[in-house]
Design a protein around this ligand. Sequence first.
Ligand SMILES: Cc1cc2nc3c(=O)[nH]c(=O)nc-3n(C[C@H](O)[C@H](O)[C@H](O)COP(=O)(O)OP(=O)(O)OC[C@H]3O[C@@H](n4cnc5c(N)ncnc54)[C@H](O)[C@@H]3O)c2cc1C
Length: 268
Amino acid sequence: MKKENPYIPTPYKVLDFYRETPDSFTLTVSMKTKHDPGQFVQVSLPGIGESPISICSDSREHIKLNVREVGNVTRALSQLKKGDTLLMRGPYGKGYPMHHLKGNDLLIIGGGCGIAPLKGVIDYVENHRDDYGEVKMFLGYRSPNDVIFKRELKEWRKTYHLQVTVDENPHGQFCYDAREGFITEALKEAKLSNDKKIVFLCGPPIMMKFVIGILHQKGFNDDQIFISAERLMYCAFGVCCHCMIRGKFTCMDGPVFRYDEIKDFKND
Ligand SMILES: Cc1cc2nc3c(=O)[nH]c(=O)nc-3n(C[C@H](O)[C@H](O)[C@H](O)COP(=O)(O)OP(=O)(O)OC[C@H]3O[C@@H](n4cnc5c(N)ncnc54)[C@H](O)[C@@H]3O)c2cc1C
């Protein structure tokens, strides 16, 4: 495996482009790397800009990136086709400490595009299935049209306890056995024991706030909860300081944090 300098953008080939929803897609890129789930790369296109994107796969032969189109860089990435070139540097940051969490049951809770880094965890668990106990997943989307990883959902349902929710489904569209309503409602009703359980949580800040409240009510402690924080960042190696949370760099100390380490970050 060739060792690239992680600070220098390097060209890679797009191996596959898959349209997930009207405003999001998954790229498979020719970067061969060893990474932890939850780490991210800085993706750029010359003359347009650079964006941090989480790696959402667990292969050493290539990486997958799920991207939501929100602005210049992400919209330009959406125009890429198989065989095109993009620039990347990384992987960066601290991901989920999977090695230290062996032997635990896992509760994976994701909302919207926050499900992308969690897919990296799920792929990792599939490749190391004997190291972990029961896996329960709660994945929430705004509507059936916003469901990312449709192909994977079918497979995950065969192996794991999976609850999918959509905030609203006014036309009663088929949607992977999703229940209508917020993910928080499904969680409130779920029978969950906190014994030997680790929670991986990623989603919009408001969703994470309410989910953590429910987890507390169900007896979970802050040190059982790992969250992935997406902060605006530029350099990704602790110089620009845009991504600081309570004296910690999201880019280097995170983006994955154990919740007790940053629980008061909302006021910073
Ligand atoms: C560690 C990390 C991992 C990320 N992983 C993913 C991922 O897997 N998939 C994905 O689609 N996106 C991810 N993001 C967010 C992604 O980096 C931004 O959406 C992207 O940089 C926007 O660039 P743009 O030029 O397209 O839009 P811009 O024109 O820069 O911004 C468009 C809008 O998005 C907002 N925005 C920009 N960056 C962020 C950010 N970091 N967090 C919240 N809002 C932002 C801007 O304020 C603006 O409102 C991640 C961000 C971080 C920090």
